[in-house]
Design a protein around this ligand. Sequence first.
Ligand code: NAD
Length: 288
Amino acid sequence: MSTDPRDHRLAVVGGGVMGTNIAALALGHGVPVVLVDVSEAVLAEAEQTVALKLRHAQLMGKLPAGRTPAKLVTSVSLADAADATTVIEAVTELPETKAKVLSEVSQIVRPGTLLISNTSCIPIDEMASSVARPEELVGVHFMNPAYMIVMVEVIRGPRSSDATLTAVTDLLETLGRKGLVVNDAPGFVINQVLHPLINSAAKLVQDGVATVEVVDGLLEGCLGHATGPLRTADLIGLDNLVDSLNVLFERTGDSSCRPCDYLLDLVRAGKFGRKTGEGFYDYGKVAS
Ligand SMILES: NC(=O)c1ccc[n+]([C@@H]2O[C@H](COP(=O)([O-])OP(=O)(O)OC[C@H]3O[C@@H](n4cnc5c(N)ncnc54)[C@H](O)[C@@H]3O)[C@@H](O)[C@H]2O)c1
């Protein structure tokens, strides 16, 4: 690979919070994107969200100056990923869904195509068992919003090859991201720390120790957490957080990863955070 955006063609599978983040990041750096999701309706909304995020990134000065944004194409067919130089999987955090998508896409693309999972918690080697060429799979945990936060967590699975690590380094440089490489484990580094923290913060509210605002206020004011764990959870999406905690709990047995009742109640009530307009906080209207 190279670090010239003209040499890259990205396919992003999953047009939700992270798929639209990653698409905006790539387009803004001049890398064309095919965005794949399950329905035309999801893709129509995703297209609008990508445009908003691209505009946000531009206004915040987070894109290379003078570079024309590349073209976005949307599709409900994974076959349209066939010509990509890199595929980034950003579908729902359910192991069976990811295994199916990764298996299918790895059979569609040419050998040598970089295959990335943006999973929050599922070990890379677990998913490598579903793909045609396990050495071509690597984890890249883009942060949310991906076009604002420069640092990413790169997860090298036991079967990820040196060539794959070189290719991912080139892609990240092309996208203006800096990666730190970690070994494979459930939740890797970031979410083995962050997700139990959020769950504990929610449980403190559940137990009546403090309000949502006070828990976040203390973590912000005393520990320097940028937004507070519960506001962060609303940004992530509480549905995704529960799926991720389940993945962690099932693979580690660590009870701090078992989603607390308060979190489960919010998800059962359809309060997923910013994406539905209400979670720990009420945003009044659906925020993008
Ligand atoms: N939300 C975050 O802050 C965050 C941060 C880093 C990583 N992640 C990870 O990124 C991934 C995506 O998370 P998200 O928050 O964007 O979730 P999301 O629920 O917002 O979006 C998931 C998208 O995947 C689509 N999808 C489901 N099955 C599909 C299939 N078979 N083919 C194509 N598309 C399919 C859904 O329609 C949906 O649009 C997850 O693995 C998550 O853990 C999330």
